[in-house]
Design a protein around this ligand. Structure first.
Ligand SMILES: NC(=O)c1ccc[n+]([C@@H]2O[C@H](COP(=O)([O-])OP(=O)(O)OC[C@H]3O[C@@H](n4cnc5c(N)ncnc54)[C@H](OP(=O)(O)O)[C@@H]3O)[C@@H](O)[C@H]2O)c1
Length: 425
């Protein structure tokens, strides 16, 4: 799984102003199909039939387990990349994430290898018809999680959203399946106003402008809104915040926070800051997402309802790694200074390979700037988010225990086990 940094406004390639993002919204909302004539009511007492995309990744894998455990769910279709040995990869992910692989052997689970951006998803017509005439919820989770690409490289992801909307609209039932989109709080990466921000549509594309990934999520939010408005379909955008480790405590080493922690081995210090974190463990976030499929509200936020101070996790980590906590700017200077004299050399490349935090210098500098300019932000520079609607629909999120030092120790244990916390990697 990947984290959600927020660069500071460099325009995406090929786009001049935030308003240009509306062109994407218009293009992918054009010519929506009409609902079929002669719609019929769903059979009484029908239990849920859920289509979910991208379950071979981290968050989707955890969501799949919750769906398979849910007694109100009758059948789950998992749409994953075609010709990718999806089932095999799914089993590996279940095992790695501490999930119950036997659930994949039940008749409740169907793996479907699909091409999300192709009409008809490139799947067997009979299977598609079976899905069209049974599905009650479509959870759009698959996405290219890459923060460095321009919006042009997300067109297939957005087309996948549109194709799924077309599938929902083609349902023979009066109640078309609800479409739940896994959005991202990065749509607030350039949000200038004070929080907490309510769970409502964002009308100004400037809020997400400058980061292709965030822009693609904002565009998709607006497509869902258009479909709801024009065709009366029920859509739910879940704006997901920072997700941390899996059930075993393992937090993907490629992300920004694990890299920051690993820098302690090189810089011999870690940063302190007077901020909070609202991160949610992946398994619990996935449970909340699965509950949120029942939301009647079209937009909800999925972050931790009770943030904790940065120190709650960082003090025990620093103690365990036997390094002092220093002001953020001091840590940043130490990090930057460590390669100052190596620019362009093979030593720089080598240093970046071992100390991944060096590759994320622009992101950490951006955090620093945001901290100085916008004191009313969390530890990664995000505005605080309203969660009233989310907590109404997700009981598990409403009662989620706060993050604590014990959880942080689980991250460390998992990184030690994987060999990440070593100078050799
Ligand atoms: N992790 C976070 O902190 C976070 C925060 C906010 C929102 N989100 C959102 O949560 C969702 C899941 O993210 P994640 O962290 O679990 O990411 P991930 O581990 O990279 O998983 C992404 C999933 O999407 C699939 N996918 C990507 N492009 C696809 C394509 N063209 N066709 C079919 N499948 C495709 C991947 O399939 P392969 O395995 O075949 O590549 C994988 O199953 C995404 O929508 C992401 O934007 C995540």
């Amino acid at each position: 799984m990947a984290s959600h940094p927020q660069p500071d406004g460099a325009p995406s390639i090929g786009l001049r102003t935030p308003q240009d993002l509306w062109r994407y919204v218009d293009r992918f909302s054009a010519n929506l199909p009409a609902r079929p004539v002669n719609l019929v009511k769903r059979p009484p007492g029908q239990t849920d039939v859920v289509l979910i995309t991208g379950t071979t990744g981290g968050f989707g894998c955890d969501a799949l387990e919750h769906l398979l455990r849910d007694e109100t769910v009758q059948l789950v279709y998992a749409f994953n990349r075609k010709d990718s040995h999806a089932l095999e990869r799914q089993r590996k992910q279940f095992a790695a994430r501490g999930l119950d692989s036997s659930l994949l052997d039940t008749s409740k689970f169907r793996m479907v290898e699909a091409v999300l951006h192709e009409p008809g998803f490139g799947i067997d017509a009979e299977v598609l018809e079976e899905i069209r005439t049974s599905v009650t919820h479509i959870i759009l989770n698959a996405w290219t999680v890459n923060f460095n690409r321009p919006i042009t490289s997300f067109e297939e992801d957005i087309q996948g959203v549109r194709n799924s909307m077309d599938l929902a609209l083609s349902s023979p039932f009066t109640n078309a399946p609800a479409v739940i989109f896994v959005g991202s709080i990065t749509v607030f990466c350039n949000w200038k106003m004070a929080g907490p921000v309510p769970e409502i549509p964002i009308d100004d594309p400037a809020s997400s402008f400058g980061m292709g990934y965030a822009e693609s999520k904002w565009v998709s939010e607006r497509i869902l809104q258009n479909v709801a408005l024009e065709r009366g379909a029920h859509t739910v955008v879940v704006r997901v915040g920072q997700i941390e480790g899996d059930r075993m405590g393992h937090w993907n080493e490629r992300e920004w926070f694990p890299s920051l922690v690993k820098s302690a081995l090189f810089q011999k210090c870690l940063p302190k800051q007077d901020k909070t974190v609202a991160w949610v463990p992946s398994y619990e976030a996935a449970r909340a997402l699965v509950e949120m499929r029942h939301s009647l509200d079209p937009i909800i936020h999925l972050v931790h309802p009770r943030p904790v101070p940065w120190d709650t996790i960082m003090v025990p980590i620093a103690r365990e790694l036997n390094v002092p906590l220093v002001p953020y700017t001091a840590w940043l200077s130490a990090l930057e200074g460590s390669i100052a004299s190596e620019r362009g050399s093979t030593k720089e490349v080598q240093a970046m390979r071992l100390n991944r935090a060096l590759r994320l210098l622009p992101l950490f500098k951006d955090h620093c700037k945001k901290m100085e300019r916008m004191p009313e932000r969390d530890a990664i520079g995000f505005v605080f988010l309203g969660m009233d609607k989310a907590m109404r629909v997700s009981k598990s999120l409403a009662s989620l225990p706060q993050l604590d030092g014990e959880r942080a120790m689980l991250w460390l244990a998992a990184w030690r086990k994987s060999g990440f916390l070593s100078l050799q990697e």
